[in-house]
Design a binder for this molecule. Structure first.
Ligand code: OSB
Ligand code: MG
Length: 369
């Protein structure tokens, strides 16, 4: 139980080391909300995975800021003594807005665990001390540039390469990568850019020995994904479509996917992510940890999550250097074998470095009861 005395919102901005292009747009910087909560015993941090634009999801920074300030923070203050388990109920009157909720739930959880001296990984029941790293490679201007980037990432040791694809920027590129490196663990992510009319593209991808095709069709359409999965051999993995335990259960029951990408922020926070993990484990559906180009604060949570038993595929858990020249926290570093250590300290095990936080903060607001 803790009593939350103050909640501070930060909007932070960090330049990316290289532009990241997906089927829905291009990012050159990471701009997100950090939430800091102060309880009677400790402080805790949470990172909101919403982006500047409502493109990957309906949530976006300015909207999430408003929802946090006007609805979620007052719900936490109004709840008195809270544990993270109570927050679902406190947030009940607010529909959706899972990314905003996740940032605040995770911050309260971090404070709780820091006060108790418990690492997040232990609270999640995570078992592995290190996790395997994959990398998500953005759409490049040319196939040559793509091959160069993949070559660099493989030399660094990444254990799985994921290529972003979009209509017209797919088969030729994926084929080029597969022909050059026949043995690597390779997947593609369409970010919902295709329709059932594109069946031929997926039938052709079937010959390229991919680990999975991630979110090929509309973010809301489980039935279309089930129909596609029935036609292709390559496992479909859902990302955008899974926003809750119920979504995961429905997708599995319908046969819409054979693999699930778990992004804690997209399912309402770390406690929900643990439950999505359990739903998938019970149905024998493997999961892996997705990413949203997080700073070190969010990355620490992802690493603890990725160490849970059913996270059996390398995730988009890349080291800080994949994204930033300088992270907000001490940098996360990948070993040459393509693995990264799970933090061992209490709670998230990391905090923003004060000078870095200052340098990256675009706006901040302190909320009190
Ligand atoms: O679809 O997985 C995605 C980044 C931002 C939004 C959506 C996605 C991604 C990534 C990058 O693929 C994963 C990462 O390295 O954090
Ligand atoms: Mg994805």
């Amino acid at each position: 139980m803790s009593h939350v005395r103050a909640i501070e919102l930060y909007l932070v901005g960090l330049p990316l080391v290289r532009p990241f292009r997906t089927s829905f747009g291009e990012a050159t910087e990471k701009v997100c909300i950090l939430v800091r909560v102060e309880t009677d015993e400790a402080q805790g941090w949470g990172e909101c995975v919403a982006d500047a634009l409502p493109d990957f999801s309906a949530e976006f920074n300015e909207g999430a800021w408003l929802v946090l300030r006007e609805f979620l923070a007052p719900a936490v203050f109004g709840a008195g003594q809270v544990t993270t388990a109570d927050l679902d109920e406190a947030f009940g009157p607010v529909r959706g807005n899972v990314m905003a909720k996740a940032a605040l739930v995770n911050a309260v959880l971090d404070a709780e665990l820091r006060a108790a001296g418990t690492p997040l990984s232990a609270w999640l029941g995570a078992e592995r001390p290190r996790v395997e790293c994959g990398v998500s490679v953005g759409i490049t201007a040319t196939t040559e540039m793509l091959l160069d980037q993949v070559e660099g990432y493989l030399a660094e040791g990444y254990r799985r390469i994921k290529l972003k694809i979009a209509p017209g920027l797919d088969l030729e590129r994926v084929r080029a990568v597969r022909e050059r490196w026949p043995g690597i663990a390779l997947s593609v992510d369409a970010n919902a850019a295709y329709t059932p009319d594109d069946l031929d593209v997926f039938l052709a991808l079937d010959d390229l020995d991919l680990l999975m095709v991630e979110q090929p069709l509309h973010h809301d359409d489980l039935l279309q994904h089930a129909a596609l999965q029935a036609r292709v051999r390559t496992p479909i993995c859902l990302d955008e479509s899974i926003r809750s335990e119920a979504d995961a259960a429905a997708a599995i029951e319908l046969g819409s996917c054979r693999i699930v990408n778990i992004k804690q922020g997209r399912v309402g926070g770390l406690p929900h992510a643990r439950r999505v993990h359990d739903v998938c484990r019970d149905a024998r559906v493997p999961v892996w940890c997705g990413g949203m180009l997080e700073t070190g604060v969010g990355r620490a949570g992802n690493l603890a999550l990725a160490a849970m038993p059913n996270f059996s595929l390398p995730g988009d858990t890349s080291p800080s250097s994949r994204y930033f020249l300088e992270d907000l926290t001490e940098p996360f570093v990948m070993a040459g074998d393509g693995t990264m250590a799970v933090p061992t300290g209490a709670g998230l095990g990391v905090e923003p470095l004060p000078a870095r936080l200052d340098a990256c903060t675009l706006r901040r607001e302190l909320l009190t009861p």
